[in-house]
Write a protein that binds this ligand. Structure first.
Ligand code: FES
Length: 100
């Protein structure tokens, strides 16, 4: 399975991610921390990133967390995307603190 380099602009971290693996899970496996981790299943929205460059495959994302406009602008949940090329991302939330 091809692997692609993923870089997180906020922290300068890089890691490799297989095409079959969600970006957020690959980041955790590589012991990187630039994207906040929550439910890992598209339910909380905390792992939202802006894709600055690169191709990816996305699973369905709740409109509660990603509006159509956001998705068109490349704002996606990193636990719901798998890379199809090298990716450059910017984490949109930089704290793991739960919002109330
Ligand atoms: S970790 Fe909760 S939506 Fe991605």
């Amino acid at each position: 399975m091809p692997r692609h380099l993923v870089s997180i602009e906020n922290t300068g971290e890089e890691f490799l991610c297989e095409e079959s693996v969600p970006v957020l899970l690959a980041m955790e496996s590589a012991m990187r921390h630039g994207i906040p981790v929550g439910c890992r299943n598209g339910g909380c929205g905390i792992c939202k990133v802006e894709v600055l460059s690169g191709e990816f495959a996305a699973r369905v994302m709740s409109r509660a967390h990603v509006s159509l406009e956001e998705q068109v602008a490349g704002h996606v949940l990193s636990c719901r995307i798998r890379p199809r090329s090298a990716l450059r991302l910017r984490a949109l939330r930089t704290t793991t603190r739960k919002e109330v």
